[in-house]
Design a protein around this ligand. Sequence first.
Ligand code: GDP
Ligand code: MN
Length: 403
Amino acid sequence: MNIHEYQAKEILKSYGVTIQEGVVADTPDKAVEAAKELNRETGTEWYVIKAQIHAGGRGKGKVNETGSNGVVLAKSLDEVGPKAKDILGGTLVTHQTGAEGKKVNKVLIAQDVYYPGESDPKEYYLSILLDRGTGKNVIMASTEGGMDIETVAEETPDKIVKEWIDPAVGLQGFQARKVAFSLGLEGDAFKGMVKFIFALYKAYEATDASQFEINPVLKTSDNKILAVDAKVNIDDNALYRHKDIAELRDLTEEDPLEVEAGKSGLNYVKLDGNVGCMVNGAGLAMATMDIIKLSGGEPANFLDVGGGANAQTVEAGFRIILKDPNVKAILINIFGGIVRCDRVANGVVEAYKNIGDINVPIIVRLQGTNAEEGAKIIEDSGLKVTSAIVLKDAAEKVKEVLS
Ligand code: GDP
Ligand code: MN
């Protein structure tokens, strides 16, 4: 689960990670109030207004309606209201949102931390994630902060240092020092970075996160180390242990069909193709998507209805697939292991009748216990449903209806 920058920073702060302070707001007036509060707390007179959406690249991104960037600097209190107005309610397009962009419902009013001083402010990159290959968490750091890490990885991979953490002993002092040293830091900034890394790692473990990305981490002109940005991803499977974090979920940031599927207990991922598919079991669903591709189609979704597919789950699945306007055909592929094919067939027929008005061809492939009875039920139903028992057959039929 992703959360917003302002939420992520609050969590990090509670674990002792030093952050660029800010106050969130959802109207221009509240943005001004937020700036005043920030001024009282930090003394700052310059403010950064940051669009809160679940995507990066906001600084370079543009708001469709006004042309404003998603992160802008206000050099006085007077500028805060109008600049917040140019972002709030607009559609922000960044290289991570796709062309349709994302609506901005909130802005974070943050203190300007790039103030001049004895040295220039310097941006670094720091992230923690699980390296599935080694089964260890890995800390990645780079002097090339503020840049897209994918670009750094491609063009100058030697500028990314990695430190793997042994889960049995946890993060060791020498490892944090090694990372800070590799960034060329010394004195107070070095000490600050070591502390920062420890606090960040503690937060990562305690929240059951699957990814932390702090880009940039800033060394201020007076050698403080601060998280300026924070991308935090929490492992969905651990959310039951973190009720407070689970509450931070922002459904407006998620695909509405995926949210609806979640409510029906279906495992659904929306894709861009034209063949909807409904399958029981994740492995069979993957194989089905391959078959769809082989027959010249593109899967419109991944949908696993689970082991005990019945009329209700089939109907819920149908409804979700049909809401996707790209769908030109639906392939239902059910293996009757625990569930019998005749029951599934009855479920399909019932769901079809309940929904009514289905204009796309449906191919049902039932295999396993009572497969033939299932096929007969479909054929006798008089509905525009084609039955197939062999998967290759089903693929051929998808090809026919698409051409
Ligand atoms: P992203 O573009 O979505 O990754 O958003 P970030 O939070 O990383 O901010 C983007 C950029 O805004 C940073 O790389 C900085 O260059 C700039 N920025 C962020 N905070 C400040 C600030 O306090 N002062 C100034 N002058 N620039 C800032
Ligand atoms: Mn960033």
